[in-house]
Design a binder for this molecule. Structure first.
Ligand code: PLP
Length: 470
């Protein structure tokens, strides 16, 4: 299996060549040359597999240049009951007949990003070791992504992490999650500014190509193909648990921001998994809902990008969305380049003509949106009627899932975070503190490790050069 760009560069690259990369050289995203087709016999066999075995069977179809025994060892050490709390890894619970929640948030940082990031950490360590290289990961975070990256890469050989976060602007819990890590290869930098200052600093460091090369600076952002691939696995796992047999279609509802999670569902469906609907749930930042309703993709400016109580879905554009549009347009890279390249910057978006819109239904996508009031109501209702405490993002998913239920088709809502991360909104909804996994009690009181600095490019660079692996 090889990989090509969504913008027409047809150079085929193997998995290990794109693993550590972000964008393709032409600015596109990487996708496999084709989706392997899973026939009934293989699906029947997979139904009986455990999570790590299933992950290995799926990943090996897409990763030809890591020897199977090595890949198996990497997968086996990633998906363990010790890391995810249960042998099932992503267990389902049935709220009501036919309506399930699939737990993707039992990893170390209590959000679904661990599902992919934990594998990525092991893949990075393996590939860097094989090449005899090192990598210094630089990132900016306002919460989930930064902690997931740190927990995935802590203590790994050949890689270190420099994570910028806005000083005093994360919840005490989130800050404690990151700053309590004592590993020598994890560098927390609290910047005196807001998240945008952190992101601007990362961009400025990366724009200095000489510096970037000298210190072997890399990223782990949501467009990384390996992350998306790791997420394909739990759609299969969830499907097997929610269905009687492999003739039964199942729908998935996905709290969405950058379209990485639901794009993995699209890949699973393209492989032949019987998914009826892929329900894209957005919050007030409804770029994606607007697209699936109208065929119009309109990137939002900062004045139109809202800070909400499901903050991990607060996006102005959906960075993985281009992958789906590539498939929707029959893999016409030249057209995708026209829509997403200079055209997107110039026009701030595009509208698909009716004949392309007509194809949307064939891909199973539907959408809906949820507001702060919906979120509170859904959290309250789920707690009152089911004794089940869900987080704000999952509440968005559940609210929209209920609008898209079909008779006889099980619906699986992906639980993308645990309520412990969003105490303020849980307080508002339920008048009490969120439940928290016992292992994390008292995390705010642990000793903290990190530095505070002004939003100053020279200071950040000096810190990196003093502490980078080389
Ligand atoms: C990242 C994240 C999302 C959005 O996922 P995408 O892949 O960006 O669509 C939703 N919920 C939570 C809790 C997240 O951390």
């Amino acid at each position: 299996m090889n990989y090509i760009s969504t913008r027409g560069d047809a150079t085929e690259r193997p998995f290990s060549a794109i693993l550590l990369e972000g964008l393709a050289p032409d600015g596109g995203l990487y996708l496999p040359t084709h989706y392997p087709q899973i026939d009934a016999a293989r699906l029947g066999h997979w139904r009986g597999l455990g999570y790590a075995e299933l992950a290995f069977e799926i990943l090996r179809l897409y990763i030809a240049d890591i020897p199977p025994a090595d890949l198996k060892a990497l997968v086996d050490k990633t998906y363990t009951a010790a890391t995810y709390g249960t042998a099932e890894i992503t267990p389902l619970r049935e709220l009501e007949p036919g309506l399930f929640i699939q737990a993707l948030s039992n990893g170390p940082t209590l959000a679904f990003k661990d599902m992919a990031m934990q594998l990525l950490g092991n893949l990075f360590e393996y590939e860097l070791g094989r090449r005899g290289q090192v990598l210094n990961i630089l990132g900016a975070t306002s919460g989930d992504t930064g902690s997931a990256a740190e927990y995935a890469l802590r203590g790994k050989q050949g890689v270190s992490v420099f994570m910028l976060s806005p000083q005093g602007r994360m919840s005490p819990f989130q800050q404690a999650q990151m700053f309590s890590l004592q590993d020598a290869n994890i560098h927390n930098i609290a910047v005196e500014g807001v998240f945008d200052d952190c992101q601007d600093l990362v961009k400025a460091v990366s724009a200095d190509l000489g510096f970037k090369r000298q210190y072997q600076i890399g990223t782990v952002n949501s467009i990384n193909w390996a992350r998306l691939l790791a997420q394909v696995v739990y759609y299969f796992a969830g499907y097997f648990r929610a269905s009687r047999d492999n003739g039964q279609p199942v729908s998935f509802a996905v709290p969405s921001g950058n379209f990485g999670n639901v794009c993995a569902g699209h890949v699973a469906r393209m492989m032949g998994l019987p998914i009826a609907r892929l329900v894209v749930a957005t919050n007030e930042n409804d770029v994606l809902d607007e697209f699936f309703r109208s065929g119009r993709y309109r990137v939002r400016g900062s004045a139109e990008t809202f800070e909400t109580s499901s903050p991990s879905m607060d996006i102005s554009k959906a960075s993985n969305f281009e992958r789906f549009v590539f498939d929707l347009l029959g893999r016409d890279g030249a057209r995708v380049a026209g829509l997403f390249g200079a055209g997107l910057t110039r026009d701030g978006g595009f509208s698909l003509p009716a004949e392309d819109r007509a194809r949307l239904a064939g891909f199973g996508f539907v959408s809906g949106k949820s507001s702060h009031a919906d979120r509170l109501a859904t959290i309250r209702d789920t707690w009152a009627r089911h004794g089940d405490m869900i987080d704000t993002h999952t509440a968005d998913g559940l609210k929209v899932a209920r609008e898209q239920l079909q008779d006889g088709v099980p619906m699986v809502v992906l639980e993308t975070a645990l309520p412990a991360k969003f105490a303020a909104t849980i307080q508002q909804a339920l008048g009490r503190e969120p439940l928290r996994p016992a292992a994390l009690n008292g995390i705010e009181d642990l000793p903290k490790r990190g530095v505070v600095m002004p939003a100053d490019l020279a200071r950040v660079k000096a810190y990196i050069s003093a502490h980078a692996l080389c």
